[in-house]
Write a protein that binds this ligand. Structure first.
Ligand SMILES: [Zn+2]
Ligand SMILES: [Zn+2]
Length: 176
């Protein structure tokens, strides 16, 4: 079966992109994939916004074919276009302060020290998002070839205080 865009039948399904529930009747994206553990297919549900950021290629296919009335189609298409032009941004899974100085940055290869801002990355494979390391926020420009990544940082971070957001913005501005 093809992917689908349809209203959520209940409020129970959680979005694979952000982990939060999808409200009943909200339009959602269902990505259908072969089930790696059994015969048949499985459907992964996403908020449209989360799908535009994390699964731009699949959502694009479906949006182009779907006549369904989607209020923010234009803004979704814009995010998709951006994601297709900058292929690594779909791996962004929020932003956080490093809790320990062990992981190395996937861009500069230096250790990310405790307290430095880092971006957790995920890699989509067989219907799962798997953790795949970190990059310094300060290395964003080189790694992602853009610093226009705030929507990704905000969408996939549980809680970003205004002062944290300011720090992240400053670090992004100085990123090279
Ligand atoms: Zn979501
Ligand atoms: Zn780095």
């Amino acid at each position: 079966m093809a992917h689908t865009i349809e209203p959520a039948a209940s409020g129970r399904a959680k979005c694979r992109g952000c982990g939060k529930p999808i409200a009943k009747d909200e339009m959602r994206f269902g990505e259908r994939l072969p089930n790696p553990f059994a015969d048949g297919e499985m459907t992964l549900w996403f908020h449209l916004r989360c799908a535009a950021l994390k699964r731009p290629e699949s959502l694009n296919e479906t949006l182009q074919e779907s006549a369904t009335d989607i209020g923010d189609r234009q803004s979704l298409l814009k995010s998709i276009e951006f994601g297709l032009e900058h292929r690594r941004v779909e791996q962004i899974n929020g932003v956080e302060k490093a809790t320990a100085g062990r992981a190395r940055c996937r861009s500069c290869r230096e250790v990310i020290s405790k307290g430095q801002w880092r971006i957790p990355l995920v890699f989509f494979e067989e219907g799962m998002f798997n953790a795949s390391g970190f990059v310094h926020v300060a290395c964003a420009a080189r790694f992602f070839e853009t610093t226009s990544i705030l929507p990704y940082l905000e969408q996939f971070t549980e809680e970003l205080l205004p002062e944290d957001l300011e720090e992240v913005k400053l670090t992004l501005d100085e990123s090279n």
